[in-house]
Design a protein around this ligand. Structure first.
Ligand code: URA
Length: 250
């Protein structure tokens, strides 16, 4: 019978290989404290899922999103912004749409708002590589104007597909357009934030599997209104508790 530590090493080697394939060289690699058959199986399963999910996300991006011309935003974009992070993330952040810097770099939340989002993620004890970060729209609206309803509709299947592939335990909607779109509601972000709602993967309220969703303020709004940061931190603490992460009091 194979020695357990050999199995752990093999599973970790496999995870490293998977992480490298997904461009996650810096993903945290932790030797399990308790070396059990269950841990070996979990690690191997996570590796297999990561490969599978990563491949499915790559196909969605390369075969559908990158060449999309479903709405007029395709004419003005430099490139599409699919989103990035772990293909097996337990937590996904969904923003509104790429801005200037995101359109230039092809990555979600890499401008000033993105820097604040990074701080929020790190304050939760996580890293950007461990979560997944994306937007409702995959193309930048001109002058960063609000997304139009027809653009949201055209793009909605991509987000739904991303979320069903990743199948996270919790979603965070950043700002009003993301929260209203995902929850199919006209309620203000001030009313929605502070408690979990159900996001239905089917796109129809009450139908099929749902994922708990916490709406909170958009980091760009927090840059303009820093006094609201404490409310967002309260929301994120609820997310941490839901994920079983150690909650830190301010
Ligand atoms: N604002 C967003 O909603 N998304 C980004 O990617 C950047 C800024």
């Amino acid at each position: 019978m194979t020695d357990v530590s050999q199995q752990v090493r093999a599973a970790l080697r496999q995870q490293l290989k998977t992480d490298r394939l997904l461009g996650l060289q810096s993903a945290p690699m932790q030797m399990p404290a308790a070396v059990t058959g269950g841990v070996v199986a979990d690690t191997a399963q996570r590796s297999a899922d990561a490969l599978d999910n990563g491949e499915r996300l790559r196909v969605l991006d390369e075969s559908s999103v990158q060449g999309c011309t479903k709405c007029g935003l395709s004419e003005g974009r430099t490139q599409t912004v699919f989103g990035q992070g772990s293909a097996t993330a337990r937590l996904v952040f969904v923003g509104e749409a790429p801005g200037f810097e995101e359109d230039r770099q092809g990555k979600a939340f890499v401008g000033r708002a993105g820097q604040l989002l990074t701080k929020m993620i790190v304050a939760m004890g996580l890293s950007r590589e461990e979560v997944f970060i994306c937007n409702v729209l995959k193309c930048r609206p001109p002058g960063n104007r609000d997304p139009h309803a027809d653009e949201i509709l055209a793009c909605s299947s991509y987000l739904r597909e991303q979320l069903s592939i990743i199948d996270p335990e919790v979603l965070v909607a950043l700002g009003s357009p993301a929260a209203k779109t995902l929850l199919n509601t006209a309620q203000s972000i001030g009313k929605l934030r502070g408690r979990f709602h159900d996001y239905f993967l089917s796109g129809e309220t009450g139908v099929g599997k749902s994922i708990p969703l916490m709406p909170t303020y958009h980091p760009a709004y927090l840059l303009r209104s820093p006094s609201e940061k404490s409310k967002t931190w309260e929301d994120l603490q609820m997310v941490m508790a839901r994920l079983g992460l150690k909650v830190k009091r301010a």
